[in-house]
Design a protein around this ligand. Sequence first.
Ligand SMILES: *[C@@H]1O[C@H](CO)[C@@H](O)[C@H](O)[C@H]1NC(C)=O
Ligand SMILES: *[C@@H]1O[C@H](CO)[C@@H](O)[C@H](O)[C@H]1NC(C)=O
Ligand SMILES: *[C@@H]1O[C@H](CO)[C@@H](O)[C@H](O)[C@H]1NC(C)=O
Ligand SMILES: *[C@@H]1O[C@H](CO)[C@@H](O)[C@H](O)[C@H]1NC(C)=O
Length: 899
Amino acid sequence: MHWTPFILIWLSLLPVEAVKSFLFKKCSESGFCSRNRHFATEVEKLGTEYDSRYSIDLESLKVDPSAGNLHATLLKMLNDGSFVSLDMNISVLEDDNLRLQIDEADRKPVVDHVASRRFNETAKWALAGQPRLQSFRHSVDSEKITLEFHAYRVEIELHPFKITFLRDEKAQLVLNDRNFLNIEHYRTKEQENADNSIHVSPEESTFDAYTDSFKDSRDDKLPLGPESVALDVSFLGAKAVYGIPEHADSFALKDTTDTDPYRLYNVDIFEYETQSKYPMYGSIPFMIGLGETGSAGVFWLNSADTNIDIKKSASQIQTHWISESGILDIVLFAKKTPTQVVQSYSKLTGHSALPNIFSLGYHQCRWNYNDEEDVLDITAKFDESLIPFDAIWLDIEYTDDKKYFTWKKELFPDPERMMGKLGETGRTLIVIIDPHLKVGYDVSDAVVDKKLGIRKNDGSELYHGHSWPGESVWIDGMNPAAQPFWDSLFANGSRLLGSATNAHLWNDMNEPSIFNGPETTAPRDLIHYGDWEHRSVHNVWGLTFHEMTYNALIKRNPDQRPFILTRSFYAGSQRTAAMWTGDNMAKWEYMRESIPMVLTMNAVGFPFAGADIAGFFGNPDKEMQVRWYQTGIWYPFFRAHAHIDSRRREPWVAGEPYTGMMREAIKLRYRLLPLFYTQFYKHSVSGTPVVSSLAFDSPENANVYTIDDQFFVGPLLVKPVTSPDTHSVRLYLPDDKPYYDFVSFEKISGEGFHEVEAPLEKVPVFLRGGSILPSKERYRRSSRLMKNDPYTLYIAADEGRATGELYIDDGETFAYQRGEQVFARFELDGGKLTSTVESTYETGVRIERIVILGGPQATAATVEQDGQKWTAEVVDQGTHVVVRNPKPLVAKNWTISLY
Ligand SMILES: *[C@@H]1O[C@H](CO)[C@@H](O)[C@H](O)[C@H]1NC(C)=O
Ligand SMILES: *[C@@H]1O[C@H](CO)[C@@H](O)[C@H](O)[C@H]1NC(C)=O
Ligand SMILES: *[C@@H]1O[C@H](CO)[C@@H](O)[C@H](O)[C@H]1NC(C)=O
Ligand SMILES: *[C@@H]1O[C@H](CO)[C@@H](O)[C@H](O)[C@H]1NC(C)=O
């Protein structure tokens, strides 16, 4: 969900193109963005004649090489020759990453109720912990400071201030290469008016510096005046840049010279457009550059409204980062491959927790399943249709008058009974809880009494705005006192979930979405805990809300992995939540767009991502619905959802042959749950993507840099069909390995494009030669009921060899953190297949079938385990060989010899 009803009325009166520009600021309508673009243009015009205003004061330099830190004063020269002092830290983080932080040294308090400092807590929320620093060697001369560590060198030029980050003697990233560094230092309108010449240099502009002229934000008096931070970053040698979600755009980011910049500002952007740089529900200010000699990353730790310009040329990609307020805090990465960059970023911001295995199954949602009978009827229909599913969702209508933590008793007389019935087939209930709390009932009364909400700009009382329930207050996730209150609302036995153990959460509208607010969100001058202005915390605020829910669920049941879906997110959200791409439409272009969007989330360390199947708004035709299921089974988060005005469209509604095709697609997802779970496990320990773009898979092959309609899930190469009336697709193979059609087992090979069949019943998916894929093939009603099912291994040999992995644990508790897990490494070498297992988890599960493609022409097999030996039947099926029921225990070492 959801768009805002008020706005929909305006929308119907306007031509489509005008809608977004009417509601959302363009750079030219945004004071700080416009000022910094102007500044960049002026500096660029002057070229070499421009005398940079920023330089390091060498006298102030303090270097602590063993601690990994350097501190200096950066001087900003004003028009009259006087200086503003800026506090600068440069530190080397573990993993050879470089961090630069700049703050104003002595900023004066200005306004009552508002923190006078620049907001410096974005990192506290985004990072997984205090980053560790790493020592370096250094030298200083009259022109520059040089730091060295491992294969890296950092050259810090004093004037003009500039930082070059080199790996193996090659410059990878340059900061302030174009002199776009701009820290709008503290000043008042009165000062500015009194002596224009002192504070505003010729290249600066004062557009909207003290008041916001944008239609809906006119109440924003910008009490602290202009305070933006901006910096240019050049990715030397890069051919493509990726990341900075959330945008409905291509995977490889586009040049913005003739368009608006990419904007990061968490907003409820209903009916968003595709191929667009507009902001969306979440923000991750992390960008990855890729060229044939290496990969670099830039993490811009700022949670204010942020705009990013991109300029591409043959030798480099230049970027310009512009944020409305806060400190300047940036981390640089320079590695060989993009996977190493995201792994290092993930170490810094945290990995996605290993999901509860049910949450990797199929989720059935709509706005709304009406009552208990509806919920149980839908569940029964899945079973009648022989379609597995794991979770059914309740959108806002389950509540009494949109008062969260209440139930509409006429419709849901006994929620615990309902959850109990769902639990009988291993199913889960997921309910929505939003941060807006309707004024005038016990929950919001307590928030008001305890002062736990977001405050008005005079700091006196809680802000009131409009959302689903009408007039509401917003609980503030930044306030530590909100946590125990939130905990009490989810405590075992409390009103919402009773004592149920199969209930999980959906946190929506946490941008926050405010129907009567500017750009459908909170006025920027509202005040949060710590006296911070909303302006500075905006993009990270949604994270504070869903983290609070995560913490509450952990307290409710300390040994169950919580599942939370969030719409708003920031860097670090991956630690505690899954995300989806918001309110898409039942149109082919949105299905197509979902792939680069999910790939981007995987590229920035947030793999648990998906898009609403088969489009939130509108009614998909049957062909589109089938194709969307065939696409959606590959999203790490696999959920169908629909708007209240759309027709019912559960998989059986379409009828045959469509229902059968959707059933097969969903069953393929369930067969592959061991693969998805293993992929998530690997991410959770090392930050690798669950679904990988070709660029991340084959970074040495520049032909794949812009391919974003196909991808890998482990060893499976997938190219979903996302256009109507399509019977074949052009699949790109990134290397010369053999690839086997996962259905027909036919082999194709040769780097380049291949035309492959894709009739409506088929999603093109190929197993890469050299790999071993675990699966579970039996139909069960839910993932929980598959727990004791045996495994099948698919082996695709490449010159007689293949390797693969399988991770297993109990799927739902934290016992794995106490070591109760199985990690098996499979290896085929000629006629010998071995499994080497690290295991402390008791499971009697066995391997029931091995399918070998392109392997040895065997006719018999001997299995060895625990000093015992037995034989297994081998059947040659022409395209493949099957080892029937070899029966080794999966949690122990084994060997199979093929003859
Ligand atoms: C720089 O580091 C010093 C010492 O750790 C700290 O007091 C100061 O706040 C830091 N400044 C910035 C801008 O991060
Ligand atoms: C923010 O800055 C203040 C003042 O320099 C400092 O006391 C505080 O520790 C900083 N907070 C963080 C999270 O760095
Ligand atoms: C709540 O407590 C009851 C009684 O101890 C227990 O059976 C149930 O599993 C608990 N529920 C959760 C969610 O932990
Ligand atoms: C499997 O063999 C390896 C040595 O090759 C050993 O370290 C491991 O403990 C064995 N696993 C089990 C479950 O016995």
